[in-house]
Design a protein around this ligand. Structure first.
Ligand code: 8YV
Length: 315
C-alpha cells in the first residue's frame, strides 16, 4: 500500500525524521530559502502536515495549502502555530501533551536545586582550581521552603507533586482555581511571588500570558526569591528580570527559555546568580521518542479515521 503524503514543515530530531520517513511519504519545507515554492509545488496533494512547537506554522503557509486538513505538532506549546487561522479553515491541530510532563518537571527541579545550592557555580569553582584558596560560599537550602507555581497545568502539577519529597509548602496561580488539588490557589500573582521562595513559571505561551511575570511580580519575589522559567520566554518581562538579576534584587533565576531563542541577553552570561539552559526541557532520548511517536500516531489516526488523537484544546 503506498505511503500517505505528509508535509514536514521545519526540522525535527534525526530519529523522529527517520520514523516519519518509515511511516509516510515526506516532503520537507520550512527551513529552505525556497520553502514556499516547495509548498506550492505539492499543495494540491497535501492534506496533512507534521511540524513542531519550535518551528510553528503561519497563516501564509496554511493559506498556500488548500487541501490541508490536519497539522500534527511535535511539542506541547502551540504559541508558534496559528491555531485560530487553522480552525477557521476547518483544519485540526494536534500537539504532544503528557508524554513530556515528567521530563520538564524533572528539569524544573534540577534547575531549582542547581540554582539554590550553586551546583554549576561550584563546578566552575572547582575547575578554576579555587578550592585551595578557600571554601565555596554558603548557599540556600531547598527543602521545607515555599514553592509558588505559575500555571498549574499538566507540567505544573508534575512539578508540584515532586515538592512532597522536599517537604515544601505549595501554592499556585491560575486564571481559575482547580478543584482536584489541595494546594492553595493565589489569585494575585504578585502576592504569590511575595510569599514564595521559588517561583516556577509553567504557563502556556502566547498573547494571554505575555509578560505575566511582570516587573512588579519580579519586585515582589524579592532578594530571597528565585525565578525558574521552563515555559516560554514571552511569559516573563525579560528586561525587568535582567535588571533585577544585575541589581541582585532577586536571589537568582534558572532559565530554559528566552524571548528570542537561540539568542538571550548577553549580560546574563556574566552573572553567577543565573543558570542558563538551552531549552532542553523535553530533550531526553525517551521523551523526544515518545513525542515523535505521538505525532506519528496522530497522523495515522487522521488518515484512518479523519480525527486526531490529542487535539489542541479549544481556548
Ligand atoms: C519542544 C517545547 O518540544 O514542547 C514544547 O512546547 O517548548 C519544546 O520542548 C521542542 O522545542 C521541539 O519543538
Amino acid at each position: 500500500m503506498p505511503k500517505q503524503l505528509v508535509l514536514q514543515h521545519g526540522r525535527l530530531s534525526p530519529s523522529v525524521e527517520a520514523r516519519l520517513i518509515e511511516e509516510f511519504d515526506i516532503v520537507r519545507s520550512g527551513e529552505q530559502t525556497d520553502s514556499m515554492a516547495i509548498i506550492r509545488q505539492h499543495a494540491d496533494a497535501i492534506t496533512a502536515m507534521a511540524t513542531s512547537a519550535r518551528h510553528g506554522v503561519t497563516a501564509e503557509v496554511i493559506e498556500a495549502l488548500p487541501r490541508l486538513r490536519a497539522i500534527a505538532s511535535f511539542g506541547v506549546g502551540y504559541d508558534n502555530l496559528d491555531v485560530a487561522f487553522a480552525r477557521g479553515r476547518d483544519i485540526a491541530v494536534s500537539y504532544t501533551p503528557d508524554v513530556l510532563n515528567d521530563c520538564v518537571a524533572d528539569l524544573a527541579w534540577g534547575a531549582m536545586l542547581d540554582l539554590s545550592r550553586g551546583l554549576s557555580e561550584a563546578d566552575r569553582f572547582m575547575r578554576r582550581g579555587d578550592w585551595p584558596k578557600g571554601a565555596f560560599r554558603l548557599t540556600n537550602r531547598v527543602s521545607a521552603k515555599k514553592l509558588g507555581i505559575v500555571g498549574l497545568g499538566r507540567i505544573g502539577r508534575a512539578i508540584a507533586q515532586r515538592a512532597s519529597g522536599f517537604t515544601m509548602d505549595v501554592r499556585y496561580h491560575n486564571r481559575r482555581p482547580v478543584s482536584d488539588v489541595s494546594y492553595v490557589h493565589e489569585s494575585d500573582l504578585a502576592a504569590l511571588a511575595h510569599w514564595a521562595d521559588y517561583l516556577v513559571v509553567a504557563v502556556a505561551g502566547g498573547s494571554d500570558t505575555r509578560h505575566l511575570v511582570s516587573k512588579s511580580v519580579i519586585e515582589a519575589l524579592g532578594p530571597k526569591g528565585y525565578l525558574i522559567n521552563i515555559a516560554r520566554g514571552s511569559s516573563v518581562d525579560e528586561d525587568a528580570l535582567t535588571k533585577a538579576l544585575q541589581a541582585k534584587s532577586i536571589a537568582g533565576a534558572a532559565l530554559d527559555v528566552y524571548s528570542t531563542e537561540p539568542c538571550f541577553p548577553e549580560v546574563l552570561a556574566q552573572l553567577d546568580n543565573v543558570l542558563l539552559l538551552p531549552h532542553i526541557g523535553t530533550a531526553t532520548h525517551e521523551t523526544r521518542a515518545a513525542m515523535g511517536e505521538l505525532v506519528i500516531d496522530n497522523l495515522k489516526s487522521f488518515f484512518e479515521t479523519g480525527h486526531l488523537l490529542t487535539p489542541v484544546p479549544v481556548a
